[in-house]
Ligand binder design. Structure first.
Ligand SMILES: *Cc1c(COP(=O)(O)O)cnc(C)c1O
Length: 414
């Protein structure tokens, strides 16, 4: 299997393990608890001396099969799944950080992650937000107490591309945990391990599932970080080689204590969705590219943000790092064009907050997902009031262009 393409290996991954009754899908395991023949075996599993399941909050065979697939896609040594992407991010940090620790994060973050950073600073950790498109800003923010650096690959919604290579080299040199949220790129466009990421985050609710019918999140360990030097690990998780220590603590402290566990049913839906990830990403990225190029030509549109456009400030970086520029674009309407009227004129494209769906979705950013943070933080993230985010789906491109064409051609005032 090793010499086959990743997309092929993903499709045949379940069969590589022993699957019950030869089923070609990993079955749904809905049991809450697991039992063993002897008390000694139960004890061995509890104490981590024998592999197995004890209680569903720490996972089940169905979610474990999904975790194995994500590890395969990321070239990771292991993955822990969670109920949502936010659960993955919060649980990972709560599992690994202590009061007084310092975190450096990109100032261009998914809105709810930005909100979480605020919460984190209120419960005893210091957080410094920096412009992660330049490594120098991250370097300047590092302190002796810095435990982790957190960045996104392509930021949502303005599509800034972090200096992923530079920050990776910096973190390696300083021995700092490097956490990369690769939701926007997916393992199809980018393996975060290639830039030295220690942990890779995915919101599985987005493109990996793709069908908008399940929520999930994951944390993968690339095996590049030396956990033996990490100060906050519990002694019980530091047995044997240090490779697995961090992820074990994320599973134990993150899943067991916090309990935002991915259900078997949603894990299954995500695994089925992931089977077509490569096909869907290819189509969605091609659609996004064409749509971005077309929108950039329209007089009613002031600016288009898409890493695939030569006008994008990190276009060259995106080309060198990713095998596609993603399925997300954003644009500002020109003066006199009401973004709400434009959105209401769209007939096919859906007004929705979600992204990474098979269907194309659009949303006025400042008034919805980035409303609560206030004007000042929006300004620091480059969010104009007229900004519309478009998550491009896999429809026929002519239909997407046609919908925008008719919407822009309609009268401009309500
Ligand atoms: C959606 C998203 C998240 C959160 O994922 P949920 O599954 O919605 O909780 C985190 N990071 C990024 C980049 C996202 O787009």
């Amino acid at each position: 299997m090793k010499n086959l393409h990743l997309s092929t290996r993903l499709l045949h991954a379940d069969r590589q393990a022993t699957v019950e009754h030869g089923a070609i899908h990993k079955p749904l395991h809905i049991a809450t608890a697991y039992s063993y023949e002897t008390a000694a075996e139960l004890t061995a599993v509890f104490q981590g001396n024998q592999s197995g399941y004890v209680y569903g909050r720490q996972g089940n065979p169905t979610t474990a099969a999904l975790e194995a697939k994500i590890s395969l896609l990321e070239g990771a040594v292991g993955t822990v799944s969670f109920a949502t992407g936010m659960a993955a991010i919060c649980s990972m940090m709560l599992a690994l950080l202590k009061k007084g620790d310092h975190v450096v994060a990109s100032q261009f973050l998914f809105g709810n992650t930005a909100s979480w950073m605020q919460t984190l600073s209120q419960i005893g950790c210091d957080v410094t937000l920096v412009d992660a498109t330049e490594t120098a800003h991250v370097a300047a923010a590092l302190r002796p107490a810095t435990r982790l650096v957190f960045v996104e690959t392509i930021a949502n919604p303005r599509t800034q591309v972090a200096d992923l290579n530079g920050i990776g080299a910096l973190c390696a040199q300083r021995g700092v945990l490097y956490v990369v949220d690769s939701t926007m790129t997916t393992p199809c466009l980018f393996q975060a391990k290639s830039v030295g990421a220690s942990l890779v985050i995915h919101s599985l609710s987005k493109s990996i599932c793709g069908h908008g019918n399940a929520l999930g999140g994951s944390v993968s360990d690339t095996g590049l970080f030396d956990w033996s030097g990490y100060p906050n690990l519990h002694g019980a998780y530091c047995k044997g080689t240090s490779t697995g220590w961090g992820l074990l603590q994320i599973r134990k402290k993150g899943l067991r204590d916090i309990g935002a566990t991915l259900s078997a049913e949603h894990g299954h839906r995500i695994a089925v969705g992931a089977e077509t990830l490569a096909l869907r990403m290819e189509r969605a990225c091609a659609n996004a590219m064409q749509l971005a190029l077309w929108l950039e030509q329209q007089p009613q549109i002031a600016r288009v943000y898409y890493p695939g456009l030569p006008s994008h400030p990190q276009h060259e970086r995106s080309r060198s790092l990713f095998s596609g520029h993603g399925a997300l674009l954003a644009f500002e309407t020109a003066a006199g064009i009401d973004p709400f009227v434009l959105l209401d004129n769209l007939a096919l494209i859906i007004k929705s907050s979600h992204l990474g769906d098979n269907r194309t979705l659009a949303i006025p950013v400042a008034h919805t997902i980035f409303w609560e943070m206030g004007a000042e933080q929006r300004a620091s993230m480059g969010i104009a009031d007229s900004l519309i985010r478009v998550s491009v789906g896999i429809e026929a491109i002519d239909d997407l262009l046609g919908d925008f064409r008719q919407a822009l051609g309609k009268p401009r005032t309500p």
